[in-house]
Design a protein around this ligand. Sequence first.
Ligand code: ATP
Ligand code: ZN
Length: 290
Amino acid sequence: MSDLRCDLVDAGHLIATGIDGIVGHGAVFEDVVRRLGLVIGRWGIDNGAETVHFPPVMSRANLERNGYLRSFPQLAAVLHGFGCGVHGPFTTGSDGDLSTGLMMVPSACYTIYPMVAARGPLRAEGALVETWSRCFRREPSTDTPRLQSFRMHEYVKLGRGADVVAFREAWIEKAQALYASLQLPFRLDNANDAFFGRPGRLMASSQRERNLKIELLVPIMVGAKPTACCSFNYAEAHFTEAWQINMEDESTAHSGCVGFGMERTTLALFGHHGFQPERWPDGVRQLLYG
Ligand code: ATP
Ligand code: ZN
């Protein structure tokens, strides 16, 4: 366990569960997560975003339609139930292990595409949606900021390619201003998703070459290796094609999203500013506690 994690557990801000990447949070940590969410959400109000919220489970068929199981099977988690006989649940064998048709949500934006698709073609201005979700990725790790269950606060833009690019550019600026106001050290970097297997390596290098994923990296404490606290993704027509989302004039729609890692950003606040939010720097307190 890292020193920071031990210290946060001792202070009651984190609660160990004995499972790598599954962590409970005390009231003070949760309050910071909530306040950070409100700050991120304020931008949505100013920009006319629609706010929606979904449960942390979604249809497996919908995730497959997004290509998630092809691209990230190593991270995916399917929910199974048990068949029950007269002696209780079957606990072994495929006949007792029943699929529910549900999977854990791996990224908040995956819940949004089916919703937008069901509404029909996009008007010229496109759609701007704000959401957050508890996300699950099967990547158990002892690295403090790498969790299996974490919250992602996202903005998703669907519309003309140029508008999606402008949305992403605007958020890259706004997010840098946010992390500067939070007085956290950060840098931007070109990145790629953890696509699976050999075809995945090609997809990852193409994603990098075409600058489709940019991350804002923050070390969660002095001396820690920088970790992605925020990602800015341009998916081009990947999701819109899968969901047949078009513009009203039948031109191709594109999508992009910006995702904030809520636990990682909160960990960095505790890691850099100390364990007592009432003693954090004035500017940070002003932003979060106003
Ligand atoms: P990483 O490169 O660290 O695996 P990612 O690039 O896969 O992250 P995204 O899929 O873009 O992350 O998710 C958006 C944001 O969600 C990330 O910027 C990060 O802050 C947060 N996030 C992603 N994976 C995790 C995780 N395993 N634990 C905690 N937060 C995470
Ligand atoms: Zn997303």
